[in-house]
Design a protein around this ligand. Structure first.
Ligand code: COA
Length: 195
């Protein structure tokens, strides 16, 4: 398996700047916490389903200490490495059926609508497919237009199919499947398909 730092990619946000996107390491816990405390209450509510005020060690480790043989957690880092800051995160966790991955995305309010979540979704899809995932699921708070729009746009680009939107109580559940790709998917082949 590749070392997480070999999976680093660069992404130019719409109107700049360029960020480094790489898997999250256990040692990124403090950066994750700084990111968490910089978010608005509304953002925390959208991501965690309650306006939690703190990110204790156990919760932060769930996001930072990833079993990369199965799951994936990535972050976008801004600025020189010595002072880099996280401006967005994306995770997936493979469920018991080994084919479905639960995905979550979070982009700082200051950097929204500049394509970062879409880039995360492409990045995470590539890694999930390599692990045998064929289907994704995510839970949203009711009325999360940004996330629904993101998935619609992803589906329209042919990168998701059989998308469903199910509303239950205060929650919206989105599911979608990955379109079939021929043969064994090498990262490069998959990348080509996305370009
Ligand atoms: C949902 C979220 C991750 C989107 O992040 P983002 O980086 O702003 O999204 P992108 O810039 O990649 O936008 C992707 C598409 O969604 C559209 N979009 C983004 N925000 C939108 C909004 N508020 N309303 C309508 N469309 C929106 C963009 O215009 C773009 O459309 P296009 O592909 O047709 O151009 C971000 O709003 C967020 O972090 N929300 C809080 C946490 C959350 O709700 N996470 C999702 C559930 S886990």
């Amino acid at each position: 398996m590749l070392h997480p730092l070999d999976c680093q990619e660069y992404f130019a946000l719409k109107n700049g700047p360029t960020v480094r996107v790489r898997p999250i390491l256990t040692s990124d816990e403090d950066k994750l916490r700084t990111f968490f405390y910089s978010l608005s209450e509304q953002s925390r509510y959208s991501r965690y389903f309650s306006a939690i005020r703190a990110l204790p060690h156990e919760k932060a480790q769930k996001e930072a200490n990833i079993d990369f043989s199965r799951d994936m957690g990535i972050a976008a880092f801004l600025g020189p490495i010595s002072t880099e800051q996280i401006i967005g995160t994306g995770h997936f966790y493979i469920l018991f059926d080994n084919q479905t991955a639960e995905i979550s995305l979070l982009v700082h309010e200051k950097f929204r609508n500049r394509g970062l979540a879409r880039f995360f979704l492409e990045y995470l899809t590539k890694r999930a497919v390599e692990r045998g995932v064929t289907r994704f699921v995510t839970e949203l708070i009711m009325g999360n237009r940004a996330a629904i729009h993101l998935l619609k746009s992803f589906t329209q680009s042919g990168l998701a199919k059989n998308t469903t939107i199910e509303r239950a109580d205060e929650v919206t559940i989105l599911t979608w499947e990955v379109p079939e790709f021929p043969g064994h998917i090498e990262d490069k082949t998959f990348r080509y398909l996305f370009e």
